[in-house]
Design a protein around this ligand. Structure first.
Ligand code: ADP
Length: 274
């Protein structure tokens, strides 16, 4: 069976007519990205899931008026998926560029989401694009392609989640400018919830307080704690009329853990705060 990358794993946007994605800056990330882009240096976003990494890249692509190609990497993602492959069309075999080759040729931003999940040959494939050469070697065609001047490689990586078993090697990391993303401070996170969902500010504040309380309970040993994404979803449910306590139970607590005792303790805690 031919292993092909599924379309749902690749997402392309061209920004000419789309609305500006809402992004609330949390630090100097916008300036750093612009300078990396000008200097043609690859960009690495580090941080837990749901902290605005993808939204930031969508925003930057729009700001810079560049097409964005996003690939959600997983353990099966290979260099062939990114570079391209021969496919059979009728009686012919034709070459089809993968998302990386397309981005290199057209000058798009290529965003490899969760790069450490991908197979090791992906890292090998991008090496010559991440240094002064800025070229892609397509072994199946025996061709070297020089990257378009606007091409930019961006990757994300979740250090906590991948701890121990899927690390990015120093030789790879040191090819990127790296910026850490984390849960924003309370005022900023409240603004995000209000902007994204139109929830009342008082309710948004309560959700953020609950999140920060749970985030500080490190003794629970949760693999991932409450993300801004979870809070946005909870805020949407409250806006749509689901009772607040129930919302917090199903949209904040339950997604975090399957440990019945922890769920029950967190539900009790949240009931006092919402
Ligand atoms: P990640 O890529 O880090 O997993 P996302 O970019 O998908 O996370 O963010 C999840 C959701 O959180 C977004 O859809 C958005 O609603 C919200 N969000 C998080 N941070 C921000 C931010 N700084 N500005 C605007 N929205 C944000």
């Amino acid at each position: 069976m031919v292993n092909t990358i599924e379309e749902k794993e690749i997402h392309m946007t061209s920004n000419t007519k789309t609305a500006v994605p809402y992004y609330k800056p949390v630090g100097k990330e916008i300036a750093i990205f612009k300078h990396s882009h000008n200097s043609k240096i690859p960009f690495l976003l580090k941080g837990p899931t749901g902290t605005g990494k993808s939204r930031f890249i969508e925003y930057m692509a729009h700001e810079l008026d560049q097409p964005l190609i996003t690939v959600s990497c997983h353990e099966e993602t290979s260099s062939t998926d990114l570079i391209g492959r021969y496919i059979i069309k009728g009686a012919e075999t034709v070459w089809m560029d993968g998302p990386l080759t397309m981005a290199v040729k057209t000058g798009a931003i290529l965003y490899l989401d969760e790069i450490a999940e991908a197979r090791p040959d992906v890292i090998v494939a991008i090496h010559s694009l991440t240094d002064h050469r800025r070229e892609l070697f397509i072994d199946k065609l025996g061709k070297i392609i020089k990257a378009h001047p606007d091409f930019m490689l961006v990757a994300s990586f979740n250090p906590g989640y991948q701890r121990g078993f899927k690390e990015l090697k120093p030789s790879t990391r040191q090819r990127f400018v790296a910026v850490s993303f984390n849960y924003p401070e309370a005022k900023i996170e409240t603004d995000i919830l209000v902007n994204e969902t139109n929830i009342l500010e008082a309710d948004a504040k309560k959700l953020v307080n609950i999140a920060n309380k749970i985030r500080n309970l490190t003794e629970l040993g949760l693999t991932e704690t409450v993300s801004t994404r979870l809070l946005v979803d909870a805020a949407k449910l409250i806006r749509s009329g689901l009772p607040k306590r129930l919302t917090v139970h199903v949209a904040v607590v339950e997604p975090l853990t399957d440990d019945v005792e922890v769920v029950s303790a967190l539900n009790d805690l949240c009931d006092l705060m919402i």
